[in-house]
Structure formats: structure tokens, C-alpha cells
Design a protein around this ligand. Structure first.
Ligand SMILES: Nc1ncnc2c1ncn2[C@@H]1O[C@H](COP(=O)(O)OP(=O)(O)OP(=O)(O)O)[C@@H](O)[C@H]1O
Length: 322
């Protein structure tokens, strides 16, 4: 296995503490391919994931994320390429590997009519996990208060957390999560992000698929941006964004000034109005903000730098539509 040098930062309170560690790859994927009929669902994907890394596979619907993940998990057979997880091939399924990985599928399925506690204890018992450890896991995903609730009666966010607890109950070293926060409301998503961060901070390697750019930016040490079965770009979100020579967006409330007036301001390259706000693109935001201030036109002002959405636009020439 090749050693990897990983430079990562961890956020403690408001302070980002950089760390440099020498690590061996926990997951290696080389030239992965999967074809369904005439569709190259996965068309030569390669990447490595280091131990303890929070790695994201990010892309729009149909990009091939789930197919790639399920091959890496050992749930599907690849048409070509190589995968190594903890030094083992996931296909054909290897009983030595299964206890060391945790898998949360896109559609959670539970045993019917069991309570959250019974559900988790049942999953745990398959791996010889004592009941009290399963109960502790329920607590760590914030579901202790729902222990006696039947799974059918859990909210979407609670069911997602239970499904993650089921993937974690046997204390796996590597956790695979397929769009864990899809269909959750913003508050439930944020709560789940906290749970996932805690799992990763505890030392586990996490591979997550998402179509949410902000989720990838917030959670992942590195992301592979995938489209049409290929990796378009790979790296820490901040590095990908910094690598762009993208304009800054300055927006003010609609009606403060017209798009034509905005275009006449120094430093403005483009201006557009959507009824709620007027947004200009500029490479000289201080000149634009100064000009807006001079006109008394700062109502509702907001300034936004480039994001992963701009990276996607740059890579594909089209707007990101999850
Ligand atoms: N079992 C299957 N049979 C035929 N085609 C499939 C199958 N599974 C996936 N596909 C196709 O392969 C492509 C990739 O699908 P996949 O589910 O891997 O994408 P995805 O990025 O996970 O999308 P989503 O975000 O919607 O889950 C799509 O064109 C999809 O229609």
C-alpha cells in the first residue's frame, strides 16, 4: 500500500488546527467501471481514502455515486477496475472484512414493528454486540428518548439516525453512508452533521455520497466531484474553490438600484435581478461595495465568494442541479 501524506484541519471551537500525518490508504479504487445496458454508470473512477478521513463523493442525480459506493461496499460487482478496503477486496464478499465496515444504504430498511432499541439490539446481536453497547449507540446518535418508539413512528431524521446507528453498532473502522441527509429538513440535517462529525472525530474513516454542495463543503476533508460516471476533480473543498479564478458576488435588496445602474458601477462585470435581490459579479468587491455605499445602496447587502457550485460550473460548463 502506498503511504499518503494528508494535510487536514480540525475545527475546535472557532479555531482550525492544522495537522500533518503520514497515513496508509484505507480505501483504494482504481479504474472502476460499471455498465448498465447502454449507460456507463461508473466510467473509470479512481481515488484513495486515508485512514480517519471524511471523504465525500459529490455529484448530481444519476452521476454514479451509489453504484460506485455499492461496488466499494461489496454489494455490487464491478465490470472492471480494482477496489481495496482495509487491504482486502470487497468482492467476492469476505467474512473477514464485513465486521470491519458499516454500511448505511440510501433507503433504510428496518425489521417491522420493533422499537428503536430492539432494532439496534437485533442488528448488534448479528455481530455479537452486547445489548448495553447497542443502547449506548442509540444515545450517541441522540435517540435515547425514542428507545421505546416503534420504527414506523420515527420522523425521517430519527429514522436516518437509527439507520446510521445500525451501521455503527458493531464499531466498524470504515463507515459508508449513502446520501444520509437526503430529504431531511435543515435542522435535522444540521443535527445529523453533528453526529457524523463526532463519529469521524472518534477516528473512523467515513465515505459519504451527497448531492449537496454545502454538505460536502461543511463535512468533508476531501471530495471527489463526480459527473456521468467520472471523477471531474478531487481535493479538499477549500482548495478546489481557491483554485478557481471565480468572481465574488455582491447582492443588495431588489429595488435599491436597477441592473443597468449596477452595471455602470466601477468593478461590476455582470448584474442580474431575481425579484428578491440584485446580484453583481465582480473581481473588485471593495470597489463595488464602496460605490454602493456612496449611493446609499447597501440595504440587504451580502458578499459571497466562490463555492463548490462554481467549481462544478467551471468543470462542466453547466449550472449544478442536484
Ligand atoms: N440497477 C440498475 N439498472 C440500470 N441502470 C441503473 C441501475 N442502477 C443505476 N443505474 C443507472 O446508472 C446511472 C448512475 O446511477 P446511480 O444511482 O449510481 O447514480 P447516483 O449518483 O447515486 O444518483 P442519485 O443521486 O440519484 O442516487 C444512472 O443513469 C442510473 O439510471
Amino acid at each position: 500500500m502506498d503511504p499518503a501524506v494528508s494535510t487536514r484541519g480540525r475545527v475546535f471551537g472557532a479555531v482550525r488546527v492544522p495537522s500533518v500525518q503520514i497515513m496508509a490508504y484505507t480505501i483504494s479504487v482504481r479504474g472502476l467501471r460499471k455498465r448498465y445496458g447502454g449507460v456507463d454508470a461508473v466510467d473509470g473512477i479512481s481515488f484513495d481514502v486515508a485512514a480517519g478521513e471524511f471523504f465525500g463523493i459529490l455529484g448530481p442525480n444519476g452521476a454514479g455515486k451509489t453504484t460506485a459506493l455499492e461496488i466499494i461496499e461489496g454489494l455490487r460487482r464491478a465490470d472492471g477496475g480494482e477496489v481495496s478496503v482495509l487491504g482486502m477486496a470487497p468482492w467476492p464478499r469476505d467474512p473477514r472484512l464485513l465486521p470491519r465496515i458499516g454500511v448505511q444504504l440510501q433507503a433504510s430498511s428496518f425489521f417491522e414493528r420493533l422499537t428503536a432499541r430492539e432494532q439496534l439490539r437485533t442488528f448488534g446481536s448479528l455481530y455479537g454486540v452486547p445489548g448495553r453497547r447497542a443502547d449506548a449507540m442509540l444515545e450517541s446518535v441522540g435517540l435515547a428518548g425514542k428507545a421505546d418508539t416503534r420504527v414506523e413512528e420515527l420522523s425521517g431524521g430519527q429514522a436516518q439516525r437509527l439507520s446510521i446507528a445500525c451501521a455503527l453498532v458493531h464499531d466498524p473502522e470504515v463507515v459508508f453512508l449513502d446520501e444520509p441527509t437526503a430529504a431531511l429538513d435543515p435542522q435535522a440535517r444540521r443535527n445529523l452533521w453533528d453526529v457524523l462529525r463526532a463519529i469521524n472525530t472518534g477516528g473512523r474513516t467515513i465515505v459519504l455520497t451527497t448531492h449537496s454542495m454545502d454538505e460536502a463543503e461543511v463535512l468533508c476533508d476531501r471530495v471527489a466531484i463526480v459527473d456521468a460516471g467520472r471523477v471531474l476533480e478531487l481535493g479538499p473543498p477549500a482548495t478546489l474553490v481557491r483554485g478557481l479564478d471565480a468572481p465574488t458576488r455582491v447582492s443588495v435588496a431588489a429595488g435599491v438600484l436597477t441592473a443597468a445602474e449596477a452595471l455602470s458601477l466601477p468593478g461590476v462585470d455582470e448584474a442580474e435581478e431575481d425579484g428578491v435581490s440584485l446580484t453583481v459579479r465582480t473581481r473588485d468587491p471593495s470597489a463595488v461595495v464602496a460605490a454602493l455605499a456612496a449611493r446609499g445602496a447597501l440595504a440587504g447587502v451580502g458578499i459571497r465568494g466562490a463555492t463548490l457550485e462554481d467549481v462544478f460550473l467551471e468543470l462542466t460548463g453547466r449550472e449544478y442541479r442536484a
